[in-house]
Ligand binder design. Structure first.
Ligand SMILES: Cc1cc2nc3c(=O)[nH]c(=O)nc-3n(C[C@H](O)[C@H](O)[C@H](O)COP(=O)(O)OP(=O)(O)OC[C@H]3O[C@@H](n4cnc5c(N)ncnc54)[C@H](O)[C@@H]3O)c2cc1C
Ligand code: FES
Ligand code: FES
Length: 495
Protein backbone atom coordinates (compact mmCIF):
# COMPACT_ATOMS: atom_id res chain seq x y z
CA UNK A 1 0.00 0.00 0.00
CA UNK A 2 1.15 3.50 -0.81
CA UNK A 3 0.82 6.04 2.01
CA UNK A 4 1.40 9.09 -0.18
CA UNK A 5 -0.83 10.86 -2.70
CA UNK A 6 0.46 12.63 -5.80
CA UNK A 7 -1.30 15.36 -7.68
CA UNK A 8 -0.78 18.67 -9.45
CA UNK A 9 -1.68 21.84 -7.61
CA UNK A 10 -1.83 24.89 -9.85
CA UNK A 11 0.58 23.18 -12.25
CA UNK A 12 3.11 22.02 -9.64
CA UNK A 13 3.69 18.40 -8.58
CA UNK A 14 2.78 17.59 -4.96
CA UNK A 15 3.60 14.51 -2.89
CA UNK A 16 1.59 14.49 0.33
CA UNK A 17 1.69 11.99 3.20
CA UNK A 18 1.22 12.01 6.97
CA UNK A 19 -2.26 13.55 6.89
CA UNK A 20 -5.42 12.30 8.64
CA UNK A 21 -7.64 10.16 6.42
CA UNK A 22 -10.66 12.43 6.87
CA UNK A 23 -9.01 15.79 6.14
CA UNK A 24 -10.92 17.63 3.41
CA UNK A 25 -9.30 19.23 0.39
CA UNK A 26 -10.46 22.65 1.60
CA UNK A 27 -8.93 22.22 5.07
CA UNK A 28 -5.67 21.12 3.51
CA UNK A 29 -5.56 23.94 0.93
CA UNK A 30 -6.15 26.65 3.52
CA UNK A 31 -3.75 24.97 5.96
CA UNK A 32 -0.49 23.67 4.58
CA UNK A 33 0.00 25.48 1.26
CA UNK A 34 -1.94 28.42 2.75
CA UNK A 35 -4.05 28.97 -0.34
CA UNK A 36 -6.79 30.98 1.35
CA UNK A 37 -8.46 32.24 -1.83
CA UNK A 38 -10.74 29.20 -1.63
CA UNK A 39 -13.36 29.98 1.01
CA UNK A 40 -15.53 28.02 3.38
CA UNK A 41 -19.14 29.16 3.44
CA UNK A 42 -21.59 26.40 4.30
CA UNK A 43 -19.22 23.39 4.54
CA UNK A 44 -22.02 21.23 3.12
CA UNK A 45 -21.77 21.47 -0.64
CA UNK A 46 -24.48 24.10 -1.09
CA UNK A 47 -22.90 27.51 -1.63
CA UNK A 48 -19.95 26.92 -3.99
CA UNK A 49 -17.58 29.30 -2.14
CA UNK A 50 -15.07 26.44 -1.93
CA UNK A 51 -15.19 25.53 -5.66
CA UNK A 52 -11.92 24.40 -7.23
CA UNK A 53 -11.42 22.40 -10.41
CA UNK A 54 -10.25 18.82 -10.58
CA UNK A 55 -9.13 17.18 -13.83
CA UNK A 56 -8.25 13.56 -14.54
CA UNK A 57 -7.37 12.11 -17.94
CA UNK A 58 -10.13 10.15 -19.70
CA UNK A 59 -9.45 7.05 -21.81
CA UNK A 60 -8.21 9.30 -24.65
CA UNK A 61 -5.84 11.19 -22.32
CA UNK A 62 -8.07 14.29 -22.52
CA UNK A 63 -8.70 16.22 -19.32
CA UNK A 64 -12.23 17.02 -18.22
CA UNK A 65 -12.24 19.98 -15.80
CA UNK A 66 -14.83 19.31 -13.11
CA UNK A 67 -15.88 22.02 -10.66
CA UNK A 68 -15.95 20.38 -7.20
CA UNK A 69 -16.86 21.49 -3.69
CA UNK A 70 -13.54 21.14 -1.86
CA UNK A 71 -15.29 21.41 1.54
CA UNK A 72 -16.74 17.89 1.28
CA UNK A 73 -14.06 16.19 -0.80
CA UNK A 74 -11.56 14.08 1.14
CA UNK A 75 -7.94 14.87 0.31
CA UNK A 76 -7.19 11.25 -0.69
CA UNK A 77 -9.76 11.57 -3.50
CA UNK A 78 -7.53 13.92 -5.49
CA UNK A 79 -4.68 11.44 -6.05
CA UNK A 80 -3.67 11.45 -9.72
CA UNK A 81 -5.59 14.60 -10.59
CA UNK A 82 -4.79 18.20 -11.48
CA UNK A 83 -6.28 20.65 -8.97
CA UNK A 84 -6.55 24.33 -9.74
CA UNK A 85 -7.51 27.01 -7.25
CA UNK A 86 -8.26 30.68 -7.84
CA UNK A 87 -4.59 31.50 -7.08
CA UNK A 88 -3.57 29.43 -10.12
CA UNK A 89 -5.42 31.33 -12.86
CA UNK A 90 -3.46 34.50 -13.53
CA UNK A 91 -0.14 34.03 -15.35
CA UNK A 92 3.13 34.46 -13.38
CA UNK A 93 3.52 38.02 -14.73
CA UNK A 94 0.17 38.90 -13.12
CA UNK A 95 -1.87 38.97 -16.36
CA UNK A 96 -5.43 37.97 -15.50
CA UNK A 97 -6.99 34.86 -16.96
CA UNK A 98 -9.80 35.63 -19.47
CA UNK A 99 -12.50 34.58 -16.95
CA UNK A 100 -11.04 36.95 -14.36
CA UNK A 101 -10.85 39.78 -16.90
CA UNK A 102 -14.47 39.16 -17.89
CA UNK A 103 -15.52 39.41 -14.23
CA UNK A 104 -13.59 42.69 -13.80
CA UNK A 105 -14.93 44.16 -17.06
CA UNK A 106 -18.54 43.40 -16.08
CA UNK A 107 -18.09 44.80 -12.52
CA UNK A 108 -19.01 41.31 -11.38
CA UNK A 109 -16.38 40.93 -8.68
CA UNK A 110 -18.38 41.55 -5.52
CA UNK A 111 -17.62 40.12 -2.11
CA UNK A 112 -14.42 38.14 -1.61
CA UNK A 113 -16.35 35.20 -0.25
CA UNK A 114 -18.35 34.10 -3.28
CA UNK A 115 -16.29 35.58 -6.10
CA UNK A 116 -13.49 32.94 -6.12
CA UNK A 117 -16.10 30.17 -6.38
CA UNK A 118 -17.90 31.89 -9.27
CA UNK A 119 -14.58 32.40 -11.05
CA UNK A 120 -13.66 28.72 -10.68
CA UNK A 121 -17.04 27.52 -12.00
CA UNK A 122 -16.59 29.78 -15.03
CA UNK A 123 -13.01 28.56 -15.43
CA UNK A 124 -14.17 24.88 -15.50
CA UNK A 125 -16.76 25.64 -18.18
CA UNK A 126 -14.33 27.77 -20.19
CA UNK A 127 -11.57 25.17 -19.95
CA UNK A 128 -13.98 22.47 -21.23
CA UNK A 129 -15.02 24.77 -24.07
CA UNK A 130 -18.69 24.87 -23.11
CA UNK A 131 -21.29 25.95 -20.64
CA UNK A 132 -21.22 29.66 -21.39
CA UNK A 133 -23.95 30.21 -23.96
CA UNK A 134 -26.97 32.14 -22.67
CA UNK A 135 -28.85 28.84 -22.22
CA UNK A 136 -26.10 27.23 -20.23
CA UNK A 137 -25.07 29.94 -17.81
CA UNK A 138 -27.73 28.97 -15.25
CA UNK A 139 -26.52 25.38 -15.32
CA UNK A 140 -22.91 26.52 -14.98
CA UNK A 141 -23.57 28.81 -12.02
CA UNK A 142 -26.44 27.05 -10.21
CA UNK A 143 -24.05 25.73 -7.55
CA UNK A 144 -22.67 29.17 -6.64
CA UNK A 145 -24.72 31.28 -4.28
CA UNK A 146 -24.39 35.02 -3.97
CA UNK A 147 -26.07 36.29 -0.84
CA UNK A 148 -26.10 39.91 -1.98
CA UNK A 149 -28.17 38.99 -5.07
CA UNK A 150 -25.68 40.44 -7.53
CA UNK A 151 -26.09 37.75 -10.15
CA UNK A 152 -26.73 39.96 -13.15
CA UNK A 153 -23.16 41.25 -13.68
CA UNK A 154 -21.83 37.71 -13.10
CA UNK A 155 -24.15 36.37 -15.80
CA UNK A 156 -23.03 39.27 -18.02
CA UNK A 157 -19.39 38.27 -17.45
CA UNK A 158 -20.17 34.65 -18.30
CA UNK A 159 -22.00 35.47 -21.52
CA UNK A 160 -19.31 37.97 -22.57
CA UNK A 161 -16.56 35.33 -22.48
CA UNK A 162 -15.24 34.61 -25.93
CA UNK A 163 -14.08 31.03 -25.97
CA UNK A 164 -13.47 31.14 -29.71
CA UNK A 165 -10.83 33.85 -29.23
CA UNK A 166 -9.05 32.24 -26.26
CA UNK A 167 -9.83 28.58 -26.94
CA UNK A 168 -6.24 27.81 -27.96
CA UNK A 169 -5.04 28.87 -24.53
CA UNK A 170 -7.40 26.32 -22.91
CA UNK A 171 -6.13 23.58 -25.22
CA UNK A 172 -2.47 24.42 -24.56
CA UNK A 173 -3.05 24.43 -20.79
CA UNK A 174 -4.85 21.10 -21.04
CA UNK A 175 -2.11 19.43 -23.06
CA UNK A 176 0.55 20.74 -20.64
CA UNK A 177 -1.32 19.50 -17.57
CA UNK A 178 -2.06 16.10 -19.15
CA UNK A 179 1.68 15.62 -19.87
CA UNK A 180 2.62 16.63 -16.32
CA UNK A 181 0.06 14.24 -14.86
CA UNK A 182 1.39 11.41 -17.02
CA UNK A 183 4.91 12.12 -15.71
CA UNK A 184 3.69 12.16 -12.10
CA UNK A 185 2.90 8.45 -11.77
CA UNK A 186 4.23 5.31 -13.42
CA UNK A 187 1.93 2.50 -14.64
CA UNK A 188 2.90 0.53 -11.52
CA UNK A 189 1.78 3.41 -9.26
CA UNK A 190 -1.73 3.10 -10.70
CA UNK A 191 -1.92 -0.48 -9.43
CA UNK A 192 -1.02 0.38 -5.83
CA UNK A 193 -3.76 0.66 -3.24
CA UNK A 194 -3.52 3.88 -1.21
CA UNK A 195 -3.91 4.28 2.53
CA UNK A 196 -3.84 7.63 4.34
CA UNK A 197 -4.17 8.21 8.08
CA UNK A 198 -4.50 5.69 10.88
CA UNK A 199 -7.29 3.75 12.65
CA UNK A 200 -8.88 6.99 13.94
CA UNK A 201 -9.54 8.08 10.37
CA UNK A 202 -8.14 5.83 7.69
CA UNK A 203 -8.80 6.47 4.01
CA UNK A 204 -8.26 3.43 1.78
CA UNK A 205 -8.38 3.65 -2.02
CA UNK A 206 -8.10 0.20 -3.62
CA UNK A 207 -6.88 0.09 -7.20
CA UNK A 208 -8.70 -3.00 -8.48
CA UNK A 209 -12.16 -4.48 -8.02
CA UNK A 210 -10.66 -7.67 -6.56
CA UNK A 211 -8.76 -5.64 -3.94
CA UNK A 212 -11.86 -3.58 -3.20
CA UNK A 213 -14.04 -6.66 -2.66
CA UNK A 214 -11.38 -8.34 -0.53
CA UNK A 215 -10.66 -5.30 1.66
CA UNK A 216 -14.36 -4.60 2.22
CA UNK A 217 -15.19 -8.22 2.98
CA UNK A 218 -12.54 -8.05 5.77
CA UNK A 219 -13.46 -4.52 6.92
CA UNK A 220 -17.22 -4.95 6.85
CA UNK A 221 -17.72 -2.10 9.36
CA UNK A 222 -15.87 0.36 7.16
CA UNK A 223 -17.80 3.14 5.41
CA UNK A 224 -17.84 3.01 1.63
CA UNK A 225 -17.34 6.39 -0.02
CA UNK A 226 -18.34 7.25 -3.58
CA UNK A 227 -18.39 11.01 -4.26
CA UNK A 228 -18.70 11.92 -0.54
CA UNK A 229 -21.58 14.33 -1.23
CA UNK A 230 -23.38 12.65 1.67
CA UNK A 231 -20.49 11.15 3.65
CA UNK A 232 -18.48 14.42 3.53
CA UNK A 233 -21.29 16.11 5.47
CA UNK A 234 -21.20 13.43 8.18
CA UNK A 235 -17.68 14.70 8.90
CA UNK A 236 -18.07 18.46 8.34
CA UNK A 237 -21.55 18.95 9.82
CA UNK A 238 -22.10 16.04 12.20
CA UNK A 239 -18.43 15.83 13.25
CA UNK A 240 -18.60 12.04 13.05
CA UNK A 241 -15.45 9.94 13.26
CA UNK A 242 -15.61 7.54 10.35
CA UNK A 243 -12.84 5.14 11.37
CA UNK A 244 -11.96 3.31 8.18
CA UNK A 245 -13.50 4.38 4.90
CA UNK A 246 -12.98 2.82 1.51
CA UNK A 247 -13.24 4.84 -1.67
CA UNK A 248 -14.70 3.43 -4.91
CA UNK A 249 -13.26 6.19 -7.13
CA UNK A 250 -9.81 4.80 -7.77
CA UNK A 251 -10.82 1.26 -8.74
CA UNK A 252 -10.01 0.54 -12.40
CA UNK A 253 -13.27 0.18 -14.36
CA UNK A 254 -15.54 1.45 -11.56
CA UNK A 255 -16.08 4.70 -13.46
CA UNK A 256 -17.53 2.93 -16.51
CA UNK A 257 -21.02 2.59 -17.97
CA UNK A 258 -20.97 -0.72 -19.82
CA UNK A 259 -23.42 -2.65 -21.96
CA UNK A 260 -24.42 -6.11 -20.78
CA UNK A 261 -27.02 -7.78 -23.01
CA UNK A 262 -30.05 -5.46 -22.99
CA UNK A 263 -28.84 -3.66 -19.88
CA UNK A 264 -26.74 -0.61 -19.17
CA UNK A 265 -24.38 -1.49 -16.34
CA UNK A 266 -23.57 1.47 -14.12
CA UNK A 267 -20.48 0.84 -12.01
CA UNK A 268 -19.95 2.27 -8.48
CA UNK A 269 -17.93 5.41 -9.34
CA UNK A 270 -20.09 6.66 -12.25
CA UNK A 271 -21.06 10.25 -11.44
CA UNK A 272 -24.41 11.90 -12.04
CA UNK A 273 -22.83 14.11 -14.68
CA UNK A 274 -21.48 11.08 -16.57
CA UNK A 275 -24.89 9.40 -16.35
CA UNK A 276 -26.59 12.59 -17.59
CA UNK A 277 -24.35 12.69 -20.69
CA UNK A 278 -25.01 9.02 -21.35
CA UNK A 279 -28.81 9.05 -21.21
CA UNK A 280 -29.64 12.56 -22.48
CA UNK A 281 -30.77 11.36 -25.93
CA UNK A 282 -32.84 8.32 -24.91
CA UNK A 283 -34.39 9.71 -21.73
CA UNK A 284 -34.58 13.52 -21.91
CA UNK A 285 -37.00 13.47 -18.97
CA UNK A 286 -34.45 11.79 -16.78
CA UNK A 287 -31.71 14.12 -18.07
CA UNK A 288 -33.81 17.16 -17.12
CA UNK A 289 -34.27 15.71 -13.65
CA UNK A 290 -30.53 15.18 -13.37
CA UNK A 291 -29.90 18.75 -14.47
CA UNK A 292 -31.78 19.74 -11.32
CA UNK A 293 -29.94 17.21 -9.15
CA UNK A 294 -27.89 19.37 -6.77
CA UNK A 295 -25.73 21.52 -9.02
CA UNK A 296 -22.77 20.85 -11.30
CA UNK A 297 -20.33 20.58 -8.36
CA UNK A 298 -22.52 17.93 -6.68
CA UNK A 299 -23.18 16.05 -9.93
CA UNK A 300 -19.47 16.08 -10.81
CA UNK A 301 -18.62 14.19 -7.60
CA UNK A 302 -21.78 12.38 -6.46
CA UNK A 303 -22.38 8.90 -7.84
CA UNK A 304 -25.49 7.10 -9.08
CA UNK A 305 -24.67 4.13 -6.82
CA UNK A 306 -24.28 6.45 -3.81
CA UNK A 307 -27.79 7.80 -4.43
CA UNK A 308 -29.20 4.26 -4.36
CA UNK A 309 -27.04 2.95 -1.50
CA UNK A 310 -27.92 5.81 0.85
CA UNK A 311 -31.58 4.78 0.37
CA UNK A 312 -32.88 8.22 1.23
CA UNK A 313 -36.69 8.42 0.95
CA UNK A 314 -36.20 11.71 -0.91
CA UNK A 315 -33.34 10.67 -3.22
CA UNK A 316 -34.14 11.46 -6.86
CA UNK A 317 -32.80 8.45 -8.71
CA UNK A 318 -34.41 5.52 -6.84
CA UNK A 319 -37.93 6.32 -8.20
CA UNK A 320 -36.62 6.88 -11.75
CA UNK A 321 -34.53 3.73 -11.83
CA UNK A 322 -37.46 1.77 -10.35
CA UNK A 323 -39.75 3.12 -13.08
CA UNK A 324 -37.22 1.82 -15.61
CA UNK A 325 -37.37 -1.67 -14.00
CA UNK A 326 -33.72 -1.61 -12.94
CA UNK A 327 -31.87 -4.25 -10.98
CA UNK A 328 -28.90 -3.96 -8.66
CA UNK A 329 -25.88 -6.17 -8.23
CA UNK A 330 -24.42 -6.73 -4.75
CA UNK A 331 -20.97 -8.21 -4.23
CA UNK A 332 -19.33 -9.74 -1.15
CA UNK A 333 -15.79 -11.07 -1.78
CA UNK A 334 -16.36 -13.39 -4.77
CA UNK A 335 -20.14 -13.80 -4.22
CA UNK A 336 -22.45 -11.78 -6.45
CA UNK A 337 -26.25 -11.57 -6.31
CA UNK A 338 -28.77 -9.54 -8.28
CA UNK A 339 -32.13 -8.24 -7.16
CA UNK A 340 -34.87 -5.93 -8.43
CA UNK A 341 -34.10 -2.41 -7.24
CA UNK A 342 -37.57 -2.00 -5.72
CA UNK A 343 -36.89 -4.94 -3.37
CA UNK A 344 -33.66 -3.36 -2.07
CA UNK A 345 -35.50 -0.79 0.08
CA UNK A 346 -37.05 -2.64 3.04
CA UNK A 347 -37.87 0.03 5.57
CA UNK A 348 -36.57 3.43 6.66
CA UNK A 349 -32.79 3.01 7.12
CA UNK A 350 -32.99 -0.72 6.26
CA UNK A 351 -31.96 -2.28 2.96
CA UNK A 352 -31.56 -5.84 1.69
CA UNK A 353 -27.78 -5.64 2.01
CA UNK A 354 -25.71 -8.01 4.09
CA UNK A 355 -22.64 -7.10 6.08
CA UNK A 356 -19.63 -6.94 3.75
CA UNK A 357 -21.77 -6.54 0.60
CA UNK A 358 -21.39 -3.48 -1.59
CA UNK A 359 -23.30 -2.17 -4.56
CA UNK A 360 -21.15 -3.23 -7.51
CA UNK A 361 -23.51 -2.20 -10.34
CA UNK A 362 -26.93 -0.93 -11.28
CA UNK A 363 -28.46 -2.64 -14.30
CA UNK A 364 -30.88 -0.49 -16.28
CA UNK A 365 -32.77 -1.84 -19.32
CA UNK A 366 -31.56 0.04 -22.42
CA UNK A 367 -33.65 1.69 -25.10
CA UNK A 368 -36.18 4.50 -25.39
CA UNK A 369 -38.86 4.97 -22.73
CA UNK A 370 -41.32 7.32 -24.48
CA UNK A 371 -43.84 7.34 -21.63
CA UNK A 372 -41.36 7.88 -18.80
CA UNK A 373 -42.02 11.10 -16.90
CA UNK A 374 -40.17 12.49 -13.87
CA UNK A 375 -41.74 15.18 -11.71
CA UNK A 376 -39.59 16.72 -8.98
CA UNK A 377 -41.31 19.12 -6.62
CA UNK A 378 -38.99 21.40 -4.66
CA UNK A 379 -39.09 24.80 -3.02
CA UNK A 380 -36.66 26.23 -5.59
CA UNK A 381 -35.87 25.10 -9.12
CA UNK A 382 -32.12 24.36 -8.86
CA UNK A 383 -30.02 22.80 -6.13
CA UNK A 384 -32.85 21.56 -3.94
CA UNK A 385 -34.00 18.18 -2.65
CA UNK A 386 -37.50 16.91 -3.45
CA UNK A 387 -40.49 17.27 -1.17
CA UNK A 388 -42.32 14.87 -3.50
CA UNK A 389 -41.07 13.09 -6.56
CA UNK A 390 -42.96 10.91 -9.05
CA UNK A 391 -41.32 8.80 -11.70
CA UNK A 392 -44.00 7.17 -13.85
CA UNK A 393 -43.67 4.79 -16.74
CA UNK A 394 -46.15 2.69 -18.68
CA UNK A 395 -46.63 0.78 -21.88
CA UNK A 396 -49.84 0.55 -23.82
CA UNK A 397 -51.02 -1.54 -26.70
CA UNK A 398 -54.09 -0.75 -28.80
CA UNK A 399 -55.01 1.98 -26.31
CA UNK A 400 -54.87 -0.42 -23.33
CA UNK A 401 -52.30 -0.03 -20.54
CA UNK A 402 -50.32 -3.26 -20.35
CA UNK A 403 -47.70 -2.41 -17.79
CA UNK A 404 -47.38 0.48 -15.33
CA UNK A 405 -44.99 1.66 -12.62
CA UNK A 406 -45.66 4.68 -10.38
CA UNK A 407 -42.64 5.16 -8.11
CA UNK A 408 -42.69 7.92 -5.49
CA UNK A 409 -40.10 9.64 -3.34
CA UNK A 410 -41.02 11.69 -0.26
CA UNK A 411 -44.25 9.77 0.40
CA UNK A 412 -43.00 7.03 2.74
CA UNK A 413 -39.90 6.05 4.70
CA UNK A 414 -38.46 4.51 1.53
CA UNK A 415 -38.76 5.16 -2.21
CA UNK A 416 -41.92 3.18 -3.00
CA UNK A 417 -44.28 2.08 -5.76
CA UNK A 418 -47.97 2.96 -5.48
CA UNK A 419 -49.45 -0.54 -5.86
CA UNK A 420 -53.10 0.42 -5.30
CA UNK A 421 -52.91 3.24 -7.83
CA UNK A 422 -51.14 1.01 -10.34
CA UNK A 423 -54.00 -1.56 -10.07
CA UNK A 424 -56.46 1.16 -11.13
CA UNK A 425 -54.51 1.64 -14.37
CA UNK A 426 -53.20 -1.80 -15.35
CA UNK A 427 -55.31 -3.41 -18.07
CA UNK A 428 -57.45 -0.25 -18.46
CA UNK A 429 -57.87 2.04 -21.47
CA UNK A 430 -55.62 5.12 -21.60
CA UNK A 431 -58.35 7.41 -20.37
CA UNK A 432 -58.40 10.22 -17.77
CA UNK A 433 -61.17 8.53 -15.76
CA UNK A 434 -58.71 5.81 -14.76
CA UNK A 435 -55.96 8.27 -13.89
CA UNK A 436 -58.43 10.06 -11.60
CA UNK A 437 -59.33 6.76 -9.94
CA UNK A 438 -55.63 5.98 -9.56
CA UNK A 439 -55.00 9.41 -7.99
CA UNK A 440 -57.78 8.77 -5.46
CA UNK A 441 -56.23 5.37 -4.65
CA UNK A 442 -52.96 7.02 -3.57
CA UNK A 443 -54.66 7.50 -0.17
CA UNK A 444 -54.51 3.73 0.24
CA UNK A 445 -50.86 3.59 -0.77
CA UNK A 446 -49.35 6.28 1.41
CA UNK A 447 -49.60 7.97 4.80
CA UNK A 448 -46.94 10.64 4.27
CA UNK A 449 -45.17 12.51 7.06
CA UNK A 450 -45.19 16.23 7.75
CA UNK A 451 -41.75 17.85 7.91
CA UNK A 452 -39.99 21.07 6.89
CA UNK A 453 -40.33 20.18 3.19
CA UNK A 454 -44.11 19.75 3.26
CA UNK A 455 -47.10 18.71 5.33
CA UNK A 456 -48.75 15.30 4.98
CA UNK A 457 -51.79 16.93 3.31
CA UNK A 458 -49.57 18.86 0.89
CA UNK A 459 -47.67 15.72 -0.06
CA UNK A 460 -50.80 13.65 -0.67
CA UNK A 461 -52.53 16.34 -2.71
CA UNK A 462 -49.35 17.03 -4.70
CA UNK A 463 -48.83 13.35 -5.48
CA UNK A 464 -52.44 13.11 -6.68
CA UNK A 465 -52.04 16.19 -8.85
CA UNK A 466 -48.82 14.82 -10.34
CA UNK A 467 -50.59 11.63 -11.33
CA UNK A 468 -53.43 13.61 -12.95
CA UNK A 469 -50.78 15.66 -14.79
CA UNK A 470 -49.16 12.44 -16.01
CA UNK A 471 -52.54 11.28 -17.34
CA UNK A 472 -53.16 14.62 -19.05
CA UNK A 473 -49.70 14.61 -20.62
CA UNK A 474 -50.18 11.10 -22.04
CA UNK A 475 -53.79 11.46 -23.15
CA UNK A 476 -53.24 14.87 -24.76
CA UNK A 477 -49.64 14.24 -25.96
CA UNK A 478 -48.70 17.64 -24.50
CA UNK A 479 -46.15 18.47 -21.85
CA UNK A 480 -47.56 20.62 -19.07
CA UNK A 481 -44.56 22.41 -17.61
CA UNK A 482 -43.89 25.85 -16.26
CA UNK A 483 -40.16 25.20 -16.60
CA UNK A 484 -38.15 22.65 -18.53
CA UNK A 485 -40.83 22.64 -21.27
CA UNK A 486 -38.16 22.33 -23.93
CA UNK A 487 -36.24 19.63 -22.16
CA UNK A 488 -33.39 19.53 -24.63
CA UNK A 489 -32.68 23.31 -24.69
CA UNK A 490 -31.07 23.60 -21.25
CA UNK A 491 -28.88 20.60 -21.95
CA UNK A 492 -27.26 22.07 -25.00
CA UNK A 493 -23.52 21.51 -24.80
CA UNK A 494 -23.79 19.08 -21.90
CA UNK A 495 -24.46 15.88 -23.80
C1 LIG B 1 -25.60 20.38 -2.03
C2 LIG B 1 -26.19 19.03 -2.23
C3 LIG B 1 -27.26 18.87 -3.07
C4 LIG B 1 -27.84 17.60 -3.24
N1 LIG B 1 -28.90 17.49 -4.09
C5 LIG B 1 -29.48 16.28 -4.25
C6 LIG B 1 -30.59 16.14 -5.12
O1 LIG B 1 -31.02 17.09 -5.79
N2 LIG B 1 -31.16 14.91 -5.22
C7 LIG B 1 -30.71 13.84 -4.50
O2 LIG B 1 -31.27 12.75 -4.65
N3 LIG B 1 -29.64 13.94 -3.70
C8 LIG B 1 -29.01 15.13 -3.55
N4 LIG B 1 -27.93 15.24 -2.72
C9 LIG B 1 -27.44 14.07 -1.99
C10 LIG B 1 -26.24 13.36 -2.64
O3 LIG B 1 -25.58 14.19 -3.54
C11 LIG B 1 -26.67 12.11 -3.38
O4 LIG B 1 -27.32 11.21 -2.52
C12 LIG B 1 -25.49 11.42 -4.08
O5 LIG B 1 -25.95 10.60 -5.10
C13 LIG B 1 -24.66 10.58 -3.11
O6 LIG B 1 -23.63 9.96 -3.89
P1 LIG B 1 -22.13 9.97 -3.39
O7 LIG B 1 -21.36 9.16 -4.35
O8 LIG B 1 -21.66 11.32 -3.11
O9 LIG B 1 -22.32 9.14 -2.03
P2 LIG B 1 -21.42 9.10 -0.75
O10 LIG B 1 -21.62 10.33 0.05
O11 LIG B 1 -20.04 8.74 -1.08
O12 LIG B 1 -22.15 7.85 -0.03
C14 LIG B 1 -23.54 7.89 0.29
C15 LIG B 1 -23.95 6.59 0.98
O13 LIG B 1 -23.87 5.50 0.08
C16 LIG B 1 -22.93 4.52 0.52
N5 LIG B 1 -22.27 4.04 -0.69
C17 LIG B 1 -21.74 4.77 -1.70
N6 LIG B 1 -21.34 3.97 -2.72
C18 LIG B 1 -21.64 2.70 -2.33
C19 LIG B 1 -21.49 1.42 -2.94
N7 LIG B 1 -20.96 1.28 -4.16
N8 LIG B 1 -21.91 0.32 -2.25
C20 LIG B 1 -22.45 0.45 -1.02
N9 LIG B 1 -22.62 1.63 -0.40
C21 LIG B 1 -22.23 2.74 -1.04
C22 LIG B 1 -22.05 5.24 1.52
O14 LIG B 1 -21.48 4.36 2.46
C23 LIG B 1 -23.06 6.20 2.15
O15 LIG B 1 -23.83 5.51 3.10
C24 LIG B 1 -27.31 16.49 -2.55
C25 LIG B 1 -26.19 16.64 -1.72
C26 LIG B 1 -25.63 17.90 -1.56
C27 LIG B 1 -24.42 18.05 -0.68
S1 FES C 1 -18.30 25.85 1.58
FE1 FES C 1 -20.30 25.95 0.72
S2 FES C 1 -20.13 24.48 -0.87
FE2 FES C 1 -18.28 24.26 0.17
S1 FES D 1 -20.85 38.07 -4.20
FE1 FES D 1 -20.74 37.42 -2.11
S2 FES D 1 -22.71 37.90 -1.35
FE2 FES D 1 -22.86 38.40 -3.44
Amino acid sequence: MRSEIRFLLNGKAQHVSGVAGDVTLLEWLRGQPHLCGTKQGCAEGDCGACTVTMARPDAMGRLEYRPVNSCILFLGMIDGSAIRTVEGLASPDGKLHPVQSAMVDADASQCGFCTPGFVMSLYAAWQNGRGLSANEVDTTLAGNLCRCTGYRPIVDAATALDHGRDGDMAKTDMVKEAAMLAALSSAKDHQDDICLGDEGAQFIAPATSANFAQIYAKEADATIVGGATDVGLWVTKQHRKLGTFIWTGRVAGFDQIETEGNFMRIRPAVTHQQFLHHIADDWPECAELLRRFGALQVRSSGTVCGNIANASPIGDLPPVLMALASKIELTKASKIRTLDLENFFLDYGKQDRQSGEFLSAILVPQGPAPHLRCYKITKRFDQDISAVMLAANLHFDDGVITDVCLAFGGMAGIPKRANHAETKLAGKPLDMAYFKAAAAALRDDFTPLSDMRGSAEYRLLTSQNLLIKYGLELTSSRQMRLAGADLAAGLEGWS
